[in-house]
Write a protein that binds this ligand. Structure first.
Ligand SMILES: NC(=O)C1=CN([C@@H]2O[C@H](COP(=O)(O)OP(=O)(O)OC[C@H]3O[C@@H](n4cnc5c(N)ncnc54)[C@H](OP(=O)(O)O)[C@@H]3O)[C@@H](O)[C@H]2O)C=CC1
Ligand SMILES: Nc1nc(=O)c2c([nH]1)NC[C@@H]1CN(c3ccc(C(=O)N[C@@H](CCC(=O)O)C(=O)O)cc3)C=[N+]21
Length: 324
């Protein structure tokens, strides 16, 4: 069950990323996306209004495609550079523990493994692959994680500090940082904008809403009891889909010119050959005709999420080595 890098699903991408962390040098590294703790004017991830990565959709649309791969690459280059400097400066480097679980794993065994990683001083980040097998209590496992190694940002202390203005969590959930990073780097203003998040789960919609509020958006959250969701989304400047239902967000749910962030990573089976492909929560073909900017799936938030995980691990190591 103990593993530094796993081999299933998104971990395959993560593993590839971890192995590719040797890159040319670059300027200082990104800080966390929390304006309340930034020094004014010190936006370490400034909006780059027309980055090289910017692409325009073809056909009947002027929407900007908020592409994530090249942003992820830029972030990884910075992480790699910092790690190299850390290695040559103090001879140390960040270490991540990834816990993957057999279906029949006993809860006590899992809690013991997490606790032992908490105690290992040369492990700086721990992630436990979610969702857990059904017989395991997610809350218990997250509670036992050291908040200082919780690079997912799911521990209640980190989530609570994200919710409270003026406080600073040790970590912000990676996909949520990824969402904001994409917006900022593509020059999308968040402050004062009306944002609607669809989904309110504790690992997805909730932290997205908290982070967008920290960026001074006016946030509404929709969930399975929301009546007429399309009425609410059609007033939003920014729509974030965090549901887990392919194509739930249709073109007619959106205001003309809205910015659409698709956080969905749904595995969809192709009935023809039974292969799987990843699909978002947004009906891209419809939404791209209405939106001013939209993330694709794959290639949008996903890759940035992984680079944000690397950033969180690096931050944790720096804290442990008293470099920040
Ligand atoms: N990119 C990344 O790194 C990550 C991506 N994800 C993706 O985010 C998505 C959501 O995952 P997760 O939060 O774990 O899923 P959950 O099933 O835990 O939560 C789904 C949320 O969507 C809401 N919902 C369900 N049906 C509707 C509906 N018809 N209308 C409006 N809201 C609805 C639910 O409401 P209610 O609260 O009432 O039940 C709930 O809040 C998935 O696609 C997942 O793959 C998740 C984590 C990381
Ligand atoms: N403790 C824990 N933390 C997580 O952050 C976590 C987790 N468990 N369990 C699973 C979900 C899902 N998730 C993804 C991250 C990146 C991509 C990603 O990079 N996707 C690529 C596509 C990859 C493909 O094609 O399969 C993309 O969107 O371009 C996908 C999914 C993190 N999760």
């Amino acid at each position: 069950m103990r593993s530094t890098v796993g081999v299933v699903g998104w971990h395959r991408t993560l593993r590839k990323t971890l192995h590719s962390l040797s890159a040319p040098s670059s300027p200082a590294f990104l800080g966390p996306n929390l304006p309340d703790v930034w020094v004014p004017g010190d936006h370490t991830s400034p909006p780059t209004h027309f980055p090289e990565s910017l692409q325009w959709a073809n056909g009947h649309s002027n929407a900007v495609i908020l592409e994530g791969k090249s942003i992820a690459k830029q972030i990884k280059v910075k992480v790699a550079d910092e790690i190299r400097r850390m290695k040559s400066g103090i001879g140390k480097f960040p270490r991540l523990a990834v816990v993957l679980l057999p279906q029949k794993c006993a809860e006590s065994q899992l809690l013991d493994v997490v606790s032992s990683f908490n105690d290992e001083t040369d492990v700086h980040g721990i992630i436990v692959q979610l969702p857990l097998p059904q017989h395991l209590d997610e809350e218990k496992v997250i509670n036992v994680l050291s908040p200082e190694k919780d690079v997912d940002g799911f521990h209640p202390l980190n989530m609570g500090n994200l919710a409270i203005r003026g406080r600073k969590p040790f970590f912000i959930p990676c996909a949520r940082r990824g969402c904001v990073e994409l917006l900022l780097r593509h020059g999308v203003e968040i402050k004062g904008k009306r944002a609607v998040i669809i989904g309110r789960s504790k690992i997805a919609g909730l932290p997205t809403s908290l982070l967008l509020q920290r960026h001074h958006a006016t946030v509404s959250m929709l969930h399975s009891y929301t009546k007429n969701p399309e009425q609410i989304t059609s007033e939003a400047d920014i729509v974030v889909a965090d549901v887990g239902i392919p194509n739930i967000v249709r073109g007619n749910w959106l205001k003309k010119g809205a910015v659409v962030i698709d956080m969905g990573t749904n595995q969809v089976k192709d009935p023809r050959d039974h292969s799987f492909h990843v699909s978002g929560d947004v009906c891209f073909e419809e939404a791209v005709k209405v939106a001013s900017a939209i993330t694709p799936v794959p290639g949008g938030v996903g890759p940035v999420t992984i680079s944000m995980l690397l950033s969180n691990i690096l931050d944790s190591a720096k804290r442990s080595f008293e470099m920040i």
